[in-house]
Structure formats: C-alpha cells, structure tokens
Write a protein that binds this ligand. Structure first.
Ligand code: OAD
Length: 241
C-alpha cells in the first residue's frame, strides 16, 4: 500500500478501468461467478445481437432485471473515492459498466465502452429515448416500442456488436497517455476492453489492480494487486493520500 500511495503521488495522469465488480457493493449483480448473471442467463441466448433479433422478449427479461437493479442502486464509497481521486490526478474512468453509477457519483470524464442502460434506441429509425419514458411499461413486463412500432433496445453493446468507435479511440488514448491505471473489479476476459490495462502497461504506466480474486491481469500485467473489495480498498487509499 505504501508503494501504491507513492505511485499516485508521482503520477501526473491517472486512469481507472472498471468492471461489474465495481458495482457489486451497490447491489448490482456481476456477470461471472456464483451470483453472476451468466449463471442465470445464457449470454448467447439473451445478450447477443442475433438473439435480440430472433427472441427480443427473452433479451428483455435480462434488460428489465438490469434496469430495475440500476434504479434501486446508488453509488458506494468506492465510486466516491474515484471522484476524490480527481484531486490527485485521475483524468478519466473507462468503464465496461452500463449502470451510470460513476456519473451519478460525480466523475467528470466517464467513457462507457459497453454503452448505457439509460437510453433506448430504435433499431429501425434510430430514434433514441430516455429509459424513464418507458419505465411503467418495462416494470409491467411490456417490451417498449418506438413510435414507428419497432421494438426498442437499450443502448448497450451486445455480443456480436462493435464497441462505440469514438469512445474506444478515446479510451485507448487515455490508456496510452496515463502514468498509472487502476483496474477495478473486472475479470478482464471480454475483448477488446480487457486489453486496455495491457495497452497502458505497454506505454509504461504502472498498473494497480483491486479485485476479490486473481485475474488474467494479475500475473502478467498488474504491478500491484490488492485483494479485496473496491468499496473498502479505494477509501483506504484516499485516506492515506
Ligand atoms: P465480471 O462479472 O466478469 O467480473 C467481475 C469481477 O469483479 C470479478 O473478477 C470479481 O472477482 C470482481 N469483484 C466482484 N465483487 C467485487 C468487489 N466488491 N470488489 C472488487 N472486485 C470485485 O464483470 P466484467 O469484468 O465487467 O459485457 O465483465 C466484462 C463484460 O462481460 C461486461 O461488460 C459484460 C459481460 O459480458 C457485455 O455485456 C458486452
């Protein structure tokens, strides 16, 4: 921990790369592991581009659950620590999460690699709506539809879809230009997002990983590994700065 504090003091540009583990302490289920969504849903059957076209009602069972979880969740101490870290050089948060909790906590620059649940987009006319407009429908189990009658899809990246190009470019740039990258609560197995820490490392950034368990990054990419909850470790770091 002493060395991590020194690294933060020495760093001019810091980036955080976050995954579903960042939101677990807010009450949002991760994807993998015992309580993970992919234990309840087969991702290819509900969260792939082709599944949404063929059986949107199945996909909407997952989206309904995710949207309702988000509505019931608030940022936790770890999220607020990342806001405080902006006073110590944090430039951006690159997130795989679609729950909007970093923005709600108050981070200024949040790059959502996998989109956001807060918008719904028509797959036919591309009209975009705020999810709030359809909450009653969604809660009652109806699938929201556009004015043109097409089924709406949350503005999230499904398997088989590309990541938003400009966001991805900005994320690579942040990774390549930072001196220190925090990898927080991600299993780092879904590409291309999972390559962000390695891109930072290649540009000579130090990598600090916080996770409950070791990941593919721990041995090869991370310079420091803190085993534990982000909601405990990040406030501990801020207290020491
Ligand atoms: P995962 O569910 O794969 O991994 C969550 C990670 O968080 C695991 O490594 C856990 O050990 C860790 N974890 C859980 N609780 C934690 C806590 N309180 N503190 C610290 N670590 C904790 O989630 P992601 O890595 O985000 O993509 O998954 C990546 C992508 O896979 C997601 O964005 C999603 C999914 O399929 C799409 O839907 C496109």
């Amino acid at each position: 921990m002493d060395e991590i504090i020194e690294e933060i003091r020495d760093a001019e540009r810091i980036t955080a790369f976050t995954g579903a583990g960042m939101s677990v302490e807010s009450g949002i289920a991760p994807f993998r592991g015992e309580d993970g969504l992919w234990n309840k849903f087969d991702p290819q059957e509900v969260a792939s581009a082709s599944a949404f076209v063929e059986t949107p009602e199945r996909s909407w069972k997952l989206f309904k659950l995710q949207i309702e979880e988000c509505l019931e969740s608030d940022p936790h101490k770890g999220h607020y620590s990342l806001v405080e870290l902006e006073d110590h050089g944090l430039n951006s948060v690159i997130t795989q999460n679609v729950d909007g909790l970093h923005q709600r906590a108050g981070n200024n620059e949040v790059l959502e690699l996998h989109g956001s649940l807060k918008r719904l987009v028509c797959q036919s006319c591309r009209h975009s709506f705020m999810v709030e407009e359809f909450l009653d429908d969604i809660k009652e189990g109806h699938i929201p539809r556009c004015e043109c009658d097409e089924i709406l899809k949350p503005d999230v990246v499904l398997f088989g879809e590309g990541l938003p190009h400009d966001i991805l470019q900005r994320a690579w740039k942040e990774a390549e230009n930072c001196d220190l990258l925090f990898s927080l609560g991600t299993s780092a197995v879904v590409q291309p997002a999972a390559s962000i820490p390695a891109a930072a490392k290649k540009s000579e950034a130090k990598i600090v990983e916080i996770n409950l368990e070791r990941t593919p990054l721990t041995h090869d990419v991370s310079d420091y590994f803190l085993k534990g909850k982000v909601g405990e470790k990040l406030p501990e770091i801020i207290d020491r700065l």
